[in-house]
Design a protein around this ligand. Sequence first.
Ligand SMILES: Nc1nc(=O)c2c([nH]1)NC[C@@H]1CN(c3ccc(C(=O)N[C@@H](CCC(=O)O)C(=O)O)cc3)C=[N+]21
Length: 296
Amino acid sequence: MNNARILDGKATAARIKEELTERVSALRERGVTPGLGTVLVGDDPGSHSYVAGKHRDCAQVGITSVRRDLPDTITQEELEAVLDELNADAATTGYIVQLPLPAHIDTNAILERIDPAKDADGLHPTNLGKLVLNVNAPMDSPLPCTPHGIVELLLRHDVELKGLDVLVVGRGVTVGRPLGLLLTRKQINATVTLAHTGTVDLADHLGRADVVVAAAGIPHMIRADRVKPGAIVLDVGVSRVEDPETGRAKLTGDVDPAVASVASWLSPNPGGVGPMTRAMLLTNVVEAAERSAAGN
Ligand SMILES: Nc1nc(=O)c2c([nH]1)NC[C@@H]1CN(c3ccc(C(=O)N[C@@H](CCC(=O)O)C(=O)O)cc3)C=[N+]21
């Protein structure tokens, strides 16, 4: 039954963290200590657990980290003042604002307030703009963590996307949209279809795709009977769904587990793209510190 090979994000992220540990110690020898800040608004348990994971990762590779946990009653002005502090704080070489933010906060204005040189998520308009303009040659500017993690996961399993038809399901700013830009770069040369809630016949697109990246946040929306046999499938979406047996919330991906019997490669969820996203966040922090150590 189970014939898909596994795109093992957990093991790959562990290797990347080992590589980063050496780069961090080289930086420390030169007197530069990379430091990550996280800004978390509100008390969503999922967001709390992701942020806790990011701080554990930092400790593992030698990056210092500080948390700014803020109440969901915070105003736009107060939140912007926190970002101004982090922008001015020399010990914070990079930081992220955990998304989503409460509805009363203007998210785009917040992303724009981040110093682009400290943008560990690669979501500042200047950095996203560099991706659109294709001016971020390796290491010039941070890439969005999840799309970068997806590309790195495939690369490190020697999966070549040149000429393949990739269906990205989901047009979100953190995954689908920037992923389309990355996959259509000359170095990768895939052909990308970006599907979304307005797509008329998703089943038709699914049946033709060589690669499916599911980033819609709809539990098990990608079913085995719709996927082309031999397709490469990446499960990016996460939802918390109540387990009928235990009554407890459980992480559920966008891909039905039965897809393992038709796909050639499958990134599991958990254990696939999630750990890679975190590894790319660390990479962005280390690269920003390396750029500042080099004086640019
Ligand atoms: N500004 C911002 N940047 C983000 O990168 C960001 C965000 N906001 N908001 C929420 C999403 C979600 N996200 C995940 C990261 C890692 C895992 C991850 O490591 N998951 C583990 C399981 C973790 C667990 O069990 O809780 C896995 O897939 O194996 C999941 C989800 C980052 N996001």
